[in-house]
Write a protein that binds this ligand. Structure first.
Ligand code: HEM
Length: 956
């Protein structure tokens, strides 16, 4: 039936063999390329079709395009934004990060359980946050992620079990007694039986002594006020480095790649970064000594029960592949020091505060303590043991409630490693009106886990979750509701899952022991300053008082709260009315109190205030709406950067380049040293590092080499010639805006108003009144002023924003409203309404818009050429944009088929001539960013030195 000859391809499959690889590789390669293109294309289409977005999750309007909702979240008091959003939008809220990026703020129990527990290692920490951890604590447990975290945690765990923590109770009790004895002494010696204390500082010192002894078997002597540089550096470290973040700090911590952050943290001259570096240096020195002495003791069979001994022991028994490195061991010590000291002290502060606020709770707690104490004495014991502390139900209810209400760590920051789906406890309604019970999220999404928000979740903790009430822990609700999330009372205060606070049992016994000691011996009450209390967000939530001067403080190195302490009724029932008022603090300059000793570089002439506290141009970036209209409107803000934002960007780049200069300088110093410039007899000048016997971060060359050496870990080195050229040239790249600041701001305001118009009709109305009429009034006023001052002043006849707004309007009409005719009309109106209007309004920018409109919308090459001619005749300078536009037209014109073959050469010749006259350097295709070579070299070197790629070059 079938004519086989007519169907050769059906049976003839031999063509498969006709193209053996060796004979025609290019054909095969071609096939593979086609195939991969198709597969790639299909995959790209598939990805596009299935692209997951969280844009439809309800959330607050963005404060600004640049910083989104981050200022509200990071600058307001702890939890304020979380609670507000939670009430308005539920437990999963879409917030905006920098540059309009979507993020989620999560307090939904099931979603949190999934992120912390079920899928713990699929949600890594934000790289910029881990960088902060690295600077403060090194590459320890709080920094680590994934397999490194797993390995480190395994080695650490033996030091943090239940029995180990219980064994420390006697240490906590001893430290507590030492503190309260000093309080009592002061009360007795005070003539009016009152004394002023900074309880926050005392608690901080007490927890430092506790951690010193329990974790390292080391006496810091903080309560004895032993002069100790190390202690001083640690006190207030969190608040000094992270408190009151300015907008620039928020932006820095949000958009900069890790390598830039690392560059700054290592070399920047800012006080807070110097503080962090200095503390790191000291901590490395102290912990190195401690590790060495522990290792020696273990070798001699004198092992102790402190955490460090257990850790060194555990590490010794690990096999080489799973061991901690020396650097990691030191980092763990630094992590324990910071994570274990500041958090417990802060938690205790909040406990004290709530007890002072609630005398009835305080009295009931004291009663329970006294009864327990009596029982201990009755059984022949001398002090509270771990089981006594665990056995006091009201104490534990008070502590749970205080930790629920005031979680010392209030946010955790995570990023999805892959596309994922979050289960939800409560269905949410998206902005499309869809009700969903699980939420797909894209890979890379950054989420903020709101510990503060979850701890007040009404589904879990009852409808009165917003009220401080220890009674809830005796009701049949509390932790029993909701999925299992946290380790203590189902709170998230100690986080959860694979990253649960490793020291939570330690912390709990410490807080129990110290709280019992305080309440047993003193009565607490509030002073009026409580009205000024703030929950200050410094990564850890620190209580501060707003607006109170620091000058009264003599020993404060961290913020504290005003509370009255009154010695409690002694067991003998004797009267005692000694009051202790806690000392004042302030959030105005709360973190400037860290004492700087001689080796800690003092503020000097080129001292720069902390990026985390100084008002900078960033601080005004997100200003209040500029007009009534703006504040009433619900329109989103413009997407383009405002002049203030551009300026702030330039500032930010300046910061990076300053740090880069120092980096380059120190590199040169090191290179010359490696190159044998120094003889072996020369002494090193490595700042305080060498003096304290530890490895310096980097060494400075001696002053004789022509470098100005400052005790500043390398900051302040004279800049070598090459870096000057290099950095000066790249410094020019980001470019500062050309206009003066005030003018920029005026223009920004106008632009903002302009963007609030919803239609081109509305915009046109606005133009007539708020641009042309206003500019006319301005001109008349200026002329009057000119007459009054008898022409002695240099006046302008149009407002500074006038030329910019004309060009901007033309572009907006053309692009946003697709209305090129009105764009041209605006130009014509500006041109003809008055001479001043033409002179000021029809600037190069406006002409460029005119040219672009003529070409892109009308393909009117003659009008383009006339416009350029008009510019030349009227003395309006062309710029590179003019030249680039002509180039584009020159390139596109021959492909447009708009002119006859005879006309075309003439048109092209006119374009060429016009292009030559317009001038402008447009060799952009040959343009190579200056400094790229050096940057690449630096990157290669850094990657060689850093096996973890902590700077994230390869991820960026
Ligand atoms: C009331 C006091 C404390 C609170 C509220 C607290 C809270 C937390 C939280 C929320 C985390 C998770 C942080 C994150 O993943 O980013 C954490 C981690 C950690 N905490 Fe605590 N902490 C306290 C006391 C302590 C103490 C006393 C120590 C040590 C003796 C300690 C050592 C650590 C360490 C090493 C981690 C890292 C755990 C890991 O990532 O695997 N903490 N803590």
């Amino acid at each position: 039936m079938f004519n086989t000859t007519a169907m050769p391809f059906v049976h003839d499959t031999s063509f498969l063999r006709l193209f053996p690889v060796s004979q025609d590789q290019s054909a095969t390669a071609f096939n593979i390329a086609i195939l991969s293109t198709i597969v790639g294309g299909v995959y790209a289409l598939y990805r596009r079709a299935t692209k997951i977005s969280v844009a439809h999750v309800a959330g607050p309007p963005s404060e600004s395009f640049l910083l989104g909702n981050l200022p509200e979240l990071f600058q307001s008091q702890v939890g304020d934004a979380d609670f507000k959003y939670q009430k308005e939008y539920g437990d999963v809220v879409r917030i905006k990060g920098a540059f309009g990026e979507n993020r989620l703020l999560i307090s939904d129990p099931k979603a949190l359980q999934y992120i912390f527990h079920t899928s713990g290692y699929n949600f890594l920490k934000w790289p910029e946050r881990t960088e902060i951890s690295r600077v403060l604590m090194g590459r320890g447990l709080l920094w680590a992620d994934g397999d490194i975290h797993r390995r480190q945690r395994k080695v650490m765990l033996p030091g943090f079990g239940g029995p180990e923590a219980k064994a420390f109770v006697s240490i906590f009790r001893r430290v507590g007694a030492e503190m309260t004895n000093q309080w009592a002494d002061r009360l007795v010696s005070s003539p009016d039986q009152t004394a002023v204390f900074n309880v926050a500082t005392w608690l901080s010192r007490a927890t430092m002594d506790s951690i010193g002894e329990a974790a390292f078997d080391y006496q810091f002597g903080a309560l004895m006020n032993t002069k100790n540089e190390f202690m001083e550096a640690y006190m207030g470290l969190m608040s000094d480095t992270l408190g009151s973040p300015s907008r620039s700090a928020i932006l820095m911590q949000t958009v900069l790649p890790v390598w830039a952050l690392q560059l700054m943290s290592k070399y920047s001259n800012r006080r807070n970064l110097k503080h962090a570096r200095h503390t790191a240096e000291l901590a490395n020195a102290v912990t190195r000594q401690l590790v060495d002495s522990k290792s020696d003791a273990l070798l001699q069979g004198k092992g102790n029960k402190d955490i460090l001994s257990l850790l060194v022991q555990a590490n010794a028994s690990e096999n080489a592949a799973t061991k901690l490195t020396d650097e990691e061991l030191l980092a763990q010590m630094r992590t324990i020091l910071l994570a274990g000291h500041e958090t417990s002290a802060t938690t205790l502060c909040w406990v004290v505060l709530e007890l002072a606020r609630h005398p009835d709770i305080q009295a009931r707690l004291r009663k329970e303590i006294r009864e327990t104490e009596a029982a201990i004495h009755a059984r022949g014991g001398s002090d509270f043991t771990a089981s006594d502390l665990d056995g006091m139900p009201y104490l534990n209810a008070v502590l749970k409630e205080s930790m629920r209400f005031h979680p010392a760590v209030y946010h955790n920051f995570r990023q999805a490693v892959k596309d994922d789906v979050l289960p939800l406890s409560q269905p949410i309604t998206t902005t499309n009106g869809e009700v969903i019970t699980e939420l797909p999220i894209p890979k890379g999404l950054k989420v903020i886990l709101s510990i503060a928000g979850y701890n007040r979740n009404q589904e879990v903790f009852g409808e009165d979750a917003d009220v401080y009430n220890p009674e809830r822990w005796f009701r049949d609700s509390g932790e029993k509701k909701g999925p299992n999330v946290g380790v203590y009372g189902n709170l998230l205060t100690f986080a959860g899952g694979v990253r649960t606070c490793i020291g939570w049992r330690f912390a709990l016994y410490e807080v129990q022991a110290l709280a019992v000691e305080i309440i047993n011996n003193f009565e607490l009450s509030l002073t009026p300053e409580i009205q000024k209390l703030r929950r200050e967000a410094c990564l850890v939530m620190i209580p501060t008082l707003e607006g109170v001067s620091w000058t009264e403080n003599t020993q404060a190195s961290r913020p504290c709260l005003h509370t009255f302490l009154r010695q409690s009724q002694p067991r003998s029932q004797a009267e005692c009315s000694k009051a202790v008022a806690l000392r004042k603090t302030s959030i105005v300059t709360p973190y400037s109190q860290v004492r700087w000793n001689s080796s800690f570089s003092k503020p000097d002439s080129d001292y720069i205030e902390s990026i985390f506290s100084t008002p900078s141009s960033w601080n005004q970036v997100v200003a209040e709406p500029t007009s009534k209209k703006a504040s009433q409107s619900s329109s989103s803000r413009p997407i383009d950067l405002k002049a203030q934002e551009q300026r702030a960007f330039a500032d930010l780049f300046d910061e990076i380049f300053k740090a880069a200069e120092v980096a380059a300088a120190s590199e040169v110093a090191l290179t010359s040293r490696r190159g044998g410039i120094f003889t072996s007899g020369e002494t090193s000048t490595s700042g305080t590092a060498s003096a304290s016997g530890m490895a310096p971060a980097f060494e400075l060359p001696p002053a004789s080499e022509g470098y100005k050496v400052e005790p500043d870990f390398g900051v302040g080195l004279k800049r070598p010639a090459f870096s000057s050229e290099f950095y000066d040239s790249i410094r020019r790249t980001p470019g500062k805006p050309k206009l003066a600041h005030v003018e920029d701001e005026e223009f920004d305001k106008k632009k903002e108003e302009m963007n609030l118009c919803r239609t081109d009709y509305e915009l046109l109305d606005w133009v007539l009144v708020d641009v042309f009429a206003e500019a006319q009034v301005y001109e008349e006023e200026a002329r009057k002023m000119d007459l009054r001052t008898r022409n002695k002043r240099n006046i302008t006849l149009r407002p500074s924003w006038y030329p910019n707004i004309i060009a901007c309007l033309m572009q907006t009409f053309r692009e946003k409203y697709q209305n090129p005719h009105t764009a041209l009309a605006i130009f014509n109106y500006a041109k003809t309404t008055s001479i001043a209007s033409y002179a000021f309004g029809c600037s190069t920018q406006a002409y460029n818009e005119l040219i672009e409109t003529y070409w892109t919308c009308f393909r009117d090459v003659n009008a383009v050429l006339d416009a350029v001619k008009e510019m030349q005749v009227n003395g309006v300078k062309s710029n590179t944009k003019t030249a680039r536009l002509i180039d584009t037209i020159r390139r596109q014109a021959p492909t447009e088929n708009l002119w006859s073959e005879e006309e075309m050469p003439m048109i092209l010749a006119r374009l060429d001539a016009t292009r030559r006259e317009a001038g402008g350097d447009l060799t952009s295709k040959n343009y190579k960013a200056p400094g790229m070579k050096f940057l690449d070299q630096w990157k290669v070197q850094e990657l060689r030195d850093d096996p973890y790629d902590a700077k994230g070059f390869n991820k960026w």
